[in-house]
Design a protein around this ligand. Structure first.
Ligand SMILES: [Zn+2]
Length: 238
């Protein structure tokens, strides 16, 4: 678990270490939409909730669809919508979460996409940032939902060393200088530039490539889809 302190909040980025899953999901797989044993995923989620000091029912997540929608949370999800504690419960189709509640931890699942945490004292957000979501403006939308510009933490994700993309993807970011070299896209640089453009000053980077570091992270691309999911979480500390 990698911890990053932000003003009034703490962000966590899980690794693949410290869980109970086996094989390609070894060991801290948090994704239920994989072929991993659901009992292992449930246990892994309990372990993560315990590590961050949250009740599993107070960890909120969505059904991620690579969009730009950000859900605003005010209370612990009711039974039936508590998809983190009870894998299989119905989830809202969103890629971002925000709250002013200090009781809730916000979570996104990733396996190459960037988990991005935003925080001001009093409000936090957590975003699942793949190229589609960033092209659709999830970062700008989330930053604008804060009264004052938040600080940000960008977690582990696929690096420019490993992220070869097609023309469709390159053209989505052709207007941003210095984020691509040939067909290699620097998703982290895209996130940083979008955050800066939206007014964010403080940006903490956990600049680890999920594809290069097989012992530390799941990588959808490296493992050809047969892999687990790690998480980014954020919660208010004050
Ligand atoms: Zn790499």
């Amino acid at each position: 678990m990698i911890e990053v302190d932000l003003p009034g909040a703490r962000a966590w980025f899980t690794t693949r270490k410290g869980g109970v899953s086996e094989g390609p999901y070894s060991s801290l797989n948090l994704g239920i939409l994989t072929d991993d044993d659901p009992k292992c995923v449930t246990r892994n989620r309990e372990l993560v909730a315990e590590a961050v000091g949250s009740d599993p029912a107070a960890v909120v997540m969505g059904w991620q669809v690579h969009g730009a929608k950000v859900a605003e949370w005010t209370a612990v999800p009711p039974p039936g919508r508590d998809g983190f504690a009870r894998p299989g419960a119905e989830l809202e189709k969103v890629d971002g979460h925000a709250t002013t509640s200090a009781d809730l931890a916000l979570l996104v699942l990733v396996a190459d996409c960037l988990p991005v945490a935003l925080a001001t004292p009093g409000r936090v957000a957590m975003l699942h940032c793949g190229w589609r979501g960033m092209a659709a403006g999830i970062i700008e939308r989330a930053v604008e939902s804060f009264e004052d510009p938040p600080a940000a933490a960008i977690g582990p994700g696929i690096g420019r060393c490993c992220y070869e993309v097609g023309h469709e993807v390159l053209s989505a970011f052709a207007h941003i200088d210095g984020v691509a070299a040939g067909r290699m896209l620097d998703l982290r640089a895209v996130a940083e530039k979008q955050l800066r453009a939206a007014g964010v000053g403080q940006i903490e980077q956990v600049a680890l490539c999920t594809s290069c570091r097989a012992h530390l992270f799941f990588s959808h691309r490296r493992d050809h889809g047969v892999t687990g999911r790690q998480a980014g979480l954020v919660r208010r500390t004050g």
